[in-house]
Design a protein. Structure first.
Length: 589
């Protein structure tokens, strides 16, 4: 490639080599090249960079490190390994952090309003940091639920060469010889409320449930989206499965730093990788692993950044035809560490590919296709964590989409591990989670009821809270299969029982869930994918005419801003027009 004139982007020609010659087409040329950028270069010299480092490609190393929870605590250490890998391949790493709201800490109180909105803040802040400093590529490290999709959204939005790194899962705890996770802690609260677990035992459990750094260990939202990161092609094979405490993580991080320089040289970008087929692959691994229902919110949001239409219904269509093969908690027996040690996410993907459930021709960050990456993966017959897709746990996916007069815009339910997939009962309505949780905690509900929690959607919350405290308490009371719960909010990946979320349109915009009255009969059929309230169209229309919107509690600050911008759950609860409306891609700056 012929270098541009110095003023337009070329540095001193005597110093240029194959690496620095890349500058003529990279965004960082705007802050490092030519006489007019002398002031900018003086800042870099102030931070100890050499002339060579200044004229190399700049790689943003974005981390969601914080001290909020074990999910994120190891990310800064892993970021240092990434930086070593970048530097070894003649790149210049520039580390920065963004926020992460940890659902385990935010759960069950007003802090959960911040959870889903944090996904947008993460994507926006990474975008702004990259734009403001003209970085050429991105290696993003994330640990907790919303930080994974938030980081991937930023990657496809910016469309600079990018590699995603999951910080790794936590190790399981041990309570009196039994393997436990934080899911058991939330359910223990329910057991404690009915006298089935003493205060002393609860105290003992909480001290051993989370024994290391890392994100929640089972196939909850963090591990679900980590599985997605490999299947969608943005993460290196095996990298998402290694638990956070394993020293092997540093090798993956070093390799990612080296590989990002190859992607810059070859100009392989996220939108070359995240295609419609790649999104279908991602949805397939969610279903096959019995993953979190939150994936049905995050995959449409990632697609939106690319300008690809991929709604809840598209996700549900893949769920419907994909077998459930990974016996993972919360519906199964094993945790992420167990799957990694018998072959990892590639083992899961290999059996799906071999039986026709994955598109093998999708490009990945290795520079090879899915099929090429999996070519040397051999089936491990000496394990029962992952079944063959030819002999699955169940023939349909662990997550199912629903639609009916109660959810014209759709809803979602995780059926992995559920024996009964149909439920009919009278509605018991609550405007907000707190009222329902109090009823559950005090056992002021009846077996056979359908508990309805509304005004918890993206706008109505605002923020679409998760209901794990309530669902786990129900399960802990032994009522997980004796009542159903539906909401226009969300559920944690740790939720189990007959729980339907993402009901749309949400109550705050006059959706049918806001028109339901106590005693209305609700029929849920996860086999046929329907959810209906047994009320005539005429009666619903009459109630709609009498309905009045509730005044939001969020009158200022970020939650007010979020409520003004956020769209419906069916499209991923996104807050801007996305790639389809884009006039100029940052990567082409």
């Amino acid at each position: 490639m012929k270098p541009a004139a110095p003023e337009e982007g070329g540095g001193p020609k005597s110093k240029m080599d194959a690496k620095t010659d890349l500058k003529s087409r990279l965004p960082s040329r705007h802050v490092t090249e030519g006489p007019s950028r002398a002031p900018h270069r003086s800042y870099y010299y102030a931070m100890g960079l050499t002339k060579q480092q200044i004229h190399q490609p700049f790689v943003g190393v974005a981390s969601c490190w914080n001290e909020a929870a074990p999910c994120n605590i190891s990310l800064m250490r892993q970021a240092q390994a990434v930086k070593k890998g970048v530097a070894s391949a003649q790149g210049t790493p520039r580390e920065f952090c963004t926020i992460s709201v940890t659902d385990g800490i935010a759960m069950g109180h007003a802090g959960m309003y911040a959870s889903l909105p944090s996904r947008e803040v993460i994507a926006d802040s990474v975008e702004l940091t990259m734009r403001g400093h003209a970085y050429d590529a991105l290696v993003g490290l994330a640990g907790c639920d919303k930080s994974l999709p938030g980081m991937m959204m930023a990657m496809v939005r910016l469309n600079v060469p990018s590699i995603f790194i999951y910080g790794g899962s936590i190790l399981p705890g041990t309570f009196r010889g039994k393997q436990i996770t934080v899911q058991d802690m939330f359910e223990a609260v329910g057991r404690n409320s009915v006298g089935a677990l003493s205060d002393e035992d609860l105290d003992e459990m909480e001290q051993v449930a989370c024994p290391s750094a890392g994100a929640c260990g089972a196939q909850f939202t963090a591990n679900t989206m980590a599985t997605v990161s490999e299947a969608i092609g943005l993460a290196l094979p095996y990298s998402a499965g290694a638990p956070a405490p394993y020293e092997l993580r540093d090798k993956f991080c070093m390799l990612a730093g080296e590989k990002i320089m190859e992607l810059i040289a070859k100009n392989i970008r996220p939108r070359d990788i995240v295609t419609r087929k790649a999104l279908e692959n991602a949805a397939a691994v969610v279903a096959a692993s019995g993953g979190s229902t939150n994936a049905a919110l995050h995959l449409p949001a990632i697609a939106h950044e690319c300008g690809i239409e991929f709604s809840l219904f598209d996700v549900a269509e893949i769920f419907k035809k994909t077998p459930y093969v990974a016996d993972l908690k919360p519906g199964g027996r094993y945790v992420a560490k167990d799957m990694f040690e018998v072959g990892g996410i590639p083992l899961l993907m290999k059996t799906l590919l071999d039986h026709g459930y994955l598109h093998g021709d999708c490009m990945t960050v290795t520079g090879r296709t899915i099929a090429e990456n999996l070519k040397s993966v051999k089936w491990n017959p000496d394990q029962d964590v992952v079944r063959s897709a030819g002999e699955p746990l169940t023939k349909t996916g662990g997550v199912v989409g629903l639609k009916g007069n109660l959810a014209p815009d759709g809803a979602i339910v995780k059926v992995a591990g559920m024996a009964n997939q149909k439920f009919t009962g009278p509605a018991r309505c609550f405007d907000g989670e707190e009222a329902c949780f109090e009823a559950v905690r005090n056992k002021k509900y009846k077996e056979g009821e359908v508990l309805v929690i509304r005004y918890e959607g993206p706008k109505g919350g605002p923020g679409m809270r998760e209901m794990l405290s309530t669902t786990a308490a129900l399960y802990g009371q032994g009522m997980g299969d004796k009542v159903a719960l539906i909401t226009d909010g969300r559920f944690s990946g740790a939720t189990r029982g007959f729980c339907i979320g993402h009901v749309g349109p949400e109550a705050a915009v006059g959706g049918p869930i806001g028109l339901v009255k106590d005693g209305d009969i609700i029929a849920i059929d996860a086999v046929n994918g329907t959810i209906d309230v047994q009320v005539s169209d005429e009666e619903l229309a009459k109630r709609k005419a009498q309905w009045k919107p509730r005044e939001s509690e969020a009158a200022s600050g970020y939650l007010w801003k979020y409520a003004q911008q956020v769209g419906p759950a069916v499209d991923g609860a996104v807050t801007h027009p996305g790639g389809a409306a884009e006039k100029h891609c940052y990567a082409d700056t």
